[in-house]
Design a protein around this ligand. Sequence first.
Ligand SMILES: Cc1cc2nc3c(=O)[nH]c(=O)nc-3n(C[C@H](O)[C@H](O)[C@H](O)COP(=O)(O)O)c2cc1C
Length: 236
Amino acid sequence: MFYEPGKTPHGLKKDPFKSCVVPRPIGWISTLNKDGSANLAPYSQFAHLTFSPPYVMFAANVKDSGERKDNVENAERTQEFCWSLATYDLREEMNKSATEVPYGVDEFELAGLEKGYGSLVKCPFVKASPINFECVHHTTLRLPGDGVGASVDVVIGRVVGIHIDEGVLTNGEIDISKTVPIARCGGPNYAAIRDVCMFKMVTPKGPVTPAPENAARKEETIGMTNGEQKKPDEGR
Ligand SMILES: Cc1cc2nc3c(=O)[nH]c(=O)nc-3n(C[C@H](O)[C@H](O)[C@H](O)COP(=O)(O)O)c2cc1C
């Protein structure tokens, strides 16, 4: 089958698009509301963008009222947000935190979650989650959409602090069989990522000589990262 989104029908009962790119990791994003209360919600339109320095993004569709989602509003105003790893153990709490409640309602309380705090940003993260990022807002892009709720705000943040519970490490590596991250697979379908289907594959290295302009750009990057530069394909 072939269809042109928005132009020709797909002919299926449900729009298949969200089930094409799966599993989607969950951006469990928290921010501070204007009155200092906390806000928390999951976003599966979420991605790690790069690593040196690390950036992440989440994409929030505008509310039916046409307003921006609360985390977008707050991330821009306070210039910060946190990300927490959504795990299988925390799946019910993650789901409750998605409830569309009026601005100012604390979804940590709604979901029965304790707040944890870092040292670089003021907003809390999910204390029970084994991995949490403190992020500073970098930019927000508005992508136009067709109809109510279709426009989306893509929020990009730089990860300035990373908290990892050492209990989820095995031989110095994050052990996915201990964190058991969950990911969205379209509609109400989720995947829990355990070790049973994991496999290792090393990316081949080509005989690439950097062009002079790329070499210059690499120098700038090294300056920004205190020498913690990695090779382009290392560990992705
Ligand atoms: C697993 C999951 C993933 C979600 N992903 C998104 C998403 O990527 N973008 C979005 O706009 N809403 C998404 N939602 C819905 C939001 O979580 C929901 O609208 C929430 O109330 C937004 O909260 P906020 O306005 O406090 O930011 C998702 C919900 C669930 C349960």
